[in-house]
Design a protein around this ligand. Structure first.
Ligand SMILES: *Cc1c(COP(=O)(O)O)cnc(C)c1O
Length: 363
């Protein structure tokens, strides 16, 4: 069967060369005589795989020496709890920006644990159609950290700039934009991401943490959530998600082979421009996100008629353009166009949108 264009928000498409390489190495890896799936995580072969994954990720993202890279499990959602547990000990309080569903969940998780956390800014009253404006003086100067979600997967918004939090460590959920473009890691205290959007299959969570932030953990915290323990054990305090880390390594290899994140960014910008330019050129579809907050990875649009939206997603799927239905909480359509989505997929989508609009005039 032919491969479709899969616009899923996650798990999502992986680059074809990565799948091909994984397939070629599936049954026996190198001269190990076994699959990576069957390998001890303490074996020399596997140690080389995880070391390469880290090395390539550091190279791609230009991660400074004083940051640890952790390969964890539990998804980004587990980090909603791990972030306060690891960091609140700095000052006992933390500030959150709620720009969508995931940052809202992160805020609620910290609240649930009884910590002194405040929501500094939100765009909730505008149905999260933009990133709230932030200035340094909005944050409590003695906050342990400021938490943001850098790209809002569900609403299709992204920060145009890294917010200025002064000396307060900035913690960012980058699940749906990691590796899509270069970022200045040194501006962040912590970056975390579930891998299944832009890095690997589900099951892996990346945490990139500045070393001086490893000393504030609540002593009663579960060992598995403690970044310091994971850092001291090279992410192997227990069995890591071995195979997923291996695929992440292949993805990093692929990214390096195409010229790294600045090249990836150019390609992603081009794809997003094709879609947004079309959306801006017509009035059949509405793009609800404010222009200065548009995401390059998740593009949301609606027809304004829920029945037509449903028909759109169904007919697009039949045409080989899968998973365009918006998140269940917002409806409409969402095209997730991560790194692995070829520009051909976006061109096909725009052609389909034109045909659909012509064939389904609104009353
Ligand atoms: C998908 C997503 C999550 C949830 O990730 P899990 O790995 O399923 O826990 C959190 N934050 C963002 C920004 C996401 O896109």
């Amino acid at each position: 069967m032919n491969r479709v264009f899969n616009f899923s928000a996650g798990p999502s498409m992986l680059p074809l060369p990565v799948l091909e390489k994984a397939a070629a190495e599936l049954i026996t890896y190198g001269d190990s005589g076994m699959s990576v799936m069957e390998m001890s995580h303490r074996s020399p072969d596997y140690e080389a795989i995880i070391a390469d994954a880290e090395k390539m990720l550091r190279e791609l993202m230009n991660i400074p020496e004083n940051y640890k890279v952790l390969f964890l499990q539990g998804g980004a959602s587990t980090q909603f709890a791990a972030v306060p547990l690891n960091l609140i000990g700095r000052t006992g309080k933390a500030d959150y920006v709620v720009s969508g569903q995931f940052s809202g969940k992160a805020f609620k998780e910290a609240q649930k644990m009884g910590y002194d956390v405040v929501c500094t800014a939100t765009s909730k009253e505008d149905n999260f159609d933009h990133i709230p404006a932030l200035t340094r003086d909005m944050f409590r100067p003695d906050a342990s950290y400021v938490h943001i979600c850098y790209n809002n997967t569900i609403y299709g918004t992204k920060y145009a700039d890294i917010p200025d939090t002064g000396d307060i460590p900035l913690v960012a959920d980058m699940s749906s934009c990691i590796l899509s473009e270069p970022v200045d890691v040194s501006r962040f205290g912590v970056i975390y991401a579930g891998a299944q959007k832009n890095m690997a299959p589900a099951g892996l969570t990346i945490v990139i943490v500045r070393e001086d932030l490893l000393d504030y953990a609540d002593p009663k915290m579960p060992t598995m959530l403690e970044w310091k323990t994971m850092a001291e054990n090279g992410s192997m305090y227990n069995t890591p998600p071995c195979y997923t880390i291996y695929v992440a390594k292949l993805v990093c290899e692929w990214l390096l082979s195409i010229g790294g994140l600045s090249e990836m960014k150019k390609y992603n910008e081009k794809k997003a421009a094709v879609l947004y330019n079309y959306l801006d050129s017509q009035n059949y579809y509405i793009a609800p996100v404010k222009k200065d907050s548009r995401s390059m990875m998740n593009v949301t649009f609606v027809t304004g008629d829920a029945e037509l939206d449903k028909k759109f997603a169904k007919e697009a799927a039949a045409a080989g353009l899968k998973n365009l239905k918006g998140h269940r909480s917002v409806g409409g359509m969402r095209a997730s166009i991560y790194n692995a989505m070829p520009s051909e997929g976006v061109d096909k989508l725009v052609a389909f949108m034109k045909e659909f609009a012509a064939a389904n005039p609104k009353a």
